[in-house]
Design a binder for this molecule. Sequence first.
Ligand code: NAD
Length: 488
Amino acid sequence: MTTLPDARLYIDGKLRDATGGVTFDVISPWTGEPVGKAADATAADVDEAIAAARRAFDETDWATNVEKRVALVKKYRELFERERPRLAQLAIHEAGAAQGAVGRAHVGMAIDGWDDYMAVFNKLEWEKDYGEKQAAGIIHKRLGVREAVGVVGAITPWNVPLYVNIGKVVAALLAGCTVILKPAPDTPGMGAIFGELAVEAGFPDGVINVVFGADPALAGEMLVTDPRVDLISFTGSTGVGKRIMEQGAGTLKRVFLELGGKSAKIVLDDAPSFAMDVARTMLVFHAGQGCAVHSRLLVPRSRYEEAKAVLKGAYGNFGDNWGDVENPAHIMGPVVSKRQMERVKSYIDLGQQEGATLLAGGNIRPDKGGGYFVEPTCFVDVTNDMRIAQEEIFGPVLVVIPYEDDEDAIRIANESSYGLSGGVSGSHDRAINIARKVRTGSMSVNNGMCIAGDIPFGGFKASGMGREWGLEGIEEFTDVKMLAWPVG
Ligand code: NAD
């Protein structure tokens, strides 16, 4: 099994070990065995990173020198290009990505997103003319100017770590902020590489800092509560997102939150049969560990038996063609950790207790190599009030729910605390009309692709607030200042 390079902290321009030299093991989801070591940052390390980011923002020209920033971010991008093979190794051995999906979904999409950011950044309006207005007999000229928000704490999850790390770090840097990146304990290497390549690119000290540790909450809570941090950009679970809002209130922190989902795909009565086969798209994407996967399938009652047959076939065809780390044709590997495997299994048990019927899968499979393998699983005879239909499982588990008519499908899709993504398949105008009525941040119509670096992504309701990616994603890291003066 591959041994990954040690993941070191990057604080105030220096790559270094944690104070006291403590490390923790990085565990491979494929084997359950250690595959690398990471520095275990102490509170003193995190404090130093915050101080460095603050100094770099307040005492250098980083926020005002756009040309310098763009040149460095471009150079940084080229270094990531060179490191594609290592990025793939990290995605495979830290996050459990499968060979058949890693290049495209974990590395390619992230690097493409970076390029999209660079392109849309050119459209950012740093100044906006608000024209003239008379007040108290005097005509005033008004000008809006955009400024970087300041020091950003970027807290990221393990599931698509490169994509999310780029989504936050690149946007913040382009906007003129300084950053402290705090990746999840499962994927420290995918954060550490941002430090290593920052050294090589030649970023000024303190502009980028990377801290991580075995305790998932320590560094994150320090970032959220410290008055020297201006903005928290968080991607992760809704539970931790709520806590961040509460804890950020003490310093009136600006927070934006990309949280969980339980997205519905609605298959209309005039959709082709293959639209029901969300098994493949569900499974391709990282054993169901994608925030935007369509984990609820809504099928007209008149076509429910057909859906069962289509899915039985799809899961059957998938068979045992998954879970081999060496196989480039395999698109699905393990879930990220023992904790996650046990969590997913407990939902599978719950589904059976709730009265749903297991159509396929349902078992954990340690025989696949000792790691954290859960079979591709599908429940039918599910009602939307069951917990398996309401709670985010974050594993390869699909639930299939029947509906009566279009209004019923919209009602079921919307009866969720989440609102991240979703899809509709069927005749175009009807599908667009339904997509507009579902309260989520994105909807794919007939498999339209709603995720790309040049368009905004984010959630409604308990799926979060604010937008990442696209011009809107960069603007989140800026503030608007108004200037006005008398004229004429
Ligand atoms: P998580 O909420 O457990 O952890 C996310 C990050 O927060 C990690 O870095 C973790 O160490 C840190 N953290 C944990 N406790 C904290 C605390 N008290 N204060 C501050 N930081 C803390 O999520 P996860 O298990 O790493 O990721 C899976 C979740 O992420 C799923 O719910 C998934 O839907 C969501 N997600 C959302 C998107 C999106 O764009 N909406 C994208 C990817 C993942």
